[in-house]
Design a binder for this molecule. Sequence first.
Ligand code: F6P
Length: 343
Amino acid sequence: MKVGILSGGGDAPGINAVIRAVVRKAIQEYGFETVGIRDGWRGLVEGEFIPLDLNATSGLLPRGGSVLGTSRTNPFKSEDGPQRVLNNVKKHNIDGVVAIGGDDTLGVAYKLYEMGLKCVGVPKTIDNDLAGTDYTFGFQTAVSIACEALDKLHTTAEAHHRVIILEVMGRYTGWIAMWAGIAGGADAILIPEEPFDVKETCKIIRKRQKRGRNFSLIVVAEGAKPKDSEEIVYSSRVDEFGHARLGGVGYHLGKEIERLCEDIETRVVVLGHLQRGGSPIPFDRVIATRYGLAAIDLVHEGKYGHMVALRGNDFISVPLKGVIGRRKTVDSKLIEVAKVFFG
Ligand code: F6P
């Protein structure tokens, strides 16, 4: 049996650890052959592969990025894309595919599964917004990086009596903002789940000033929306799945705070792709490894059309049909925890 592995969408620290685990168990325990598919679905549309055996995956556990490469290619964007995928799978004798990806990649996996592709999914995103699973690998690494940034910003904000805004990733949900903000002691956390009013943020800053705290740290998720204006995007050009590039809400917020409170000085830090680069933290290495092992078990069981999922301390499988297109938003209990420390 020959198993192809691909990673699609934005990278997340831990992809290589998943690949390593899939390959290790596939070869050693099940006697399968493994092959890497280059750059996500693009590799199956174009028929581009990378040899993948035990030696090729040695040393991958701590490595960031994806040795297979990734892309946001959507085979359904071209008329013959899906058929080309199926033809290449047949031509290269691939019996099963492990697709590591977020909602877009897994959405494609499900559609192709319905057309006959034998495919299982591994949920992947630093945003932690995929339905059906508690935590995606890479999320806690991103949170650690954002939290470390907040710790550094804290000291300089305090010394200069400034308001510093940290803009973090997360696309349409505020998981990274919420976790990093709670861990880093943010004075306000703005997330897409609750459109924000700058006047309320100013009130928080003033409240702190009244008790002698002449600085504030604000975390804003890139997808947070001001109540009274449009969503802020870096570029309205969309990718093959229809997503605009986010970024810039931090600057909007900083300027608005200075406009409403003339005596306050703001600075803005956009953390960007620093949150995705580099080595996964141990937690992510462990869950990525367990995701990979669970995925190859699904292939062995022939449970195609399913995704592996983390529930509590267990890895289970869930039908892709039930999770794609559903977003896991930040739960209200976590929002309440954060709010205790605002102001
Ligand atoms: O989905 C992961 C993510 O990092 C989002 O948080 C962010 O909006 C997006 O990808 C950025 O994508 P790109 O790498 O294409 O700039």
